[in-house]
Design a protein around this ligand. Structure first.
Ligand code: HEC
Ligand code: HEC
Length: 233
């Protein structure tokens, strides 16, 4: 995993990439550093898991994933709401985010604090494998809760907010909030994580033109409602 495979990767990306992905790739043309030098041993259970899920074939990468699991949970289902679930997330989205952490274009404070260092030494190849591995895991299904905001949140998700030009979230994120390609799954994600991201998009701490326009038209109460609705899905 320390080898550089830039030409190979560029070919893949160039043939299927959208312009934003191309920008990532071009920005990413840099010396690929050796893989994270991690000395965490792979436990027996972990070894079993990587045997049955063949996506991570590289032993060093399996060790890296073991480190990721300290925050993102085993099988990509995190226990703490500080850390997003990765299981069942869209592969292309995960790839973009890891590259965004690596090139610092995703620059909200928790990204900086937790993920810049984590992604700094990941090669494109490692990113591709980690993203593929997490994308193939079964996603968390939210617990339907009877919180009062849910109905209001559902309305925002399916209809948007006409008064402030907020489009219906479902038109991009999918009717069941399962996401597609560069657009992330939102269903079952931790509520407070979703709220933090929407707030960061609104303030441009997390920079994304599409989500900036969408989130800036939402009040904090509307952000809380739509996040509650999505977390419960
Ligand atoms: C010390 C805790 C910690 C570790 C270890 C960690 N992460 Fe993260 N990760 C976070 C936090 C916190 C966030 C949320 C960042 C934010 O709010 O912008 C995050 C976000 C992410 C995201 C974005 C998810 C989304 O929905 O946008 C991806 C992808 C990710 N991490 C992958 C990884 C991978 C792969 C590893 C291992 C190489 C890893 N993380 C290790 C804490 C961690
Ligand atoms: C025009 C398409 C579009 C619409 C409409 C849209 N989104 Fe998004 N959303 C995106 C894209 C693309 C991203 C990925 C941004 C990135 O790569 O940083 C995203 C990212 C997100 C994230 C970050 C998820 C994570 O794991 O970090 C949240 C939360 C989110 N959107 C919520 C919403 C909500 C709530 C609405 C409706 C109020 C909405 N979106 C409407 C396209 C859209």
């Amino acid at each position: 995993m320390t080898k550089t495979t830039l030409c190979h990767e560029s070919t893949i990306f160039l043939s299927s990439a959208s312009p934003s992905v191309l920008v990532y790739v071009l920005r990413g043309l840099r010396v690929i550093l050796p893989a994270l030098a991690l000395s965490v041993p792979i436990g027996a259970a972990h070894a079993d898991r990587t045997e049955t899920r063949t996506a991570i074939t590289d032993e060093a990468l399996a060790e890296t994933e073991h480190v990721c699991s300290a925050c993102h949970g085993t099988e990509g289902q995190s226990v703490s709401p500080l850390f997003p679930h990765l299981a069942g997330q869209q592969k292309e989205y995960l790839t973009n985010q890891l590259k965004g952490f690596r090139d610092h274009s995703r620059a909200d404070r928790p990204a900086h604090t937790y993920m810049w260092g984590m992604a700094a030494h990941l090669s494109n190849e490692a990113i591709d494998q980690l993203a593929g591995w997490y994308a193939a895991l079964p996603p968390v299904t939210g617990k339907p809760e009877a919180v009062p905001e849910i109905e209001a949140g559902k309305k925002i998700f399916t209809e948007g907010v006409a008064a402030t030009n907020v489009p219906a979230c479902g038109t991009c994120h999918g009717e069941s909030a399962e996401g597609m390609g560069e657009i992330p799954r939102l269903a079952g994600q931790h509520r407070s994580y979703l709220e933090t991201q929407l707030t960061a998009f609104a303030s441009r701490d997390r920079d994304n033109p599409i989500m900036h326009e969408t989130a800036e038209g939402l009040t904090p109460e509307q952000i809380a409602s739509v996040a509650a609705y999505l977390a419960a899905r």
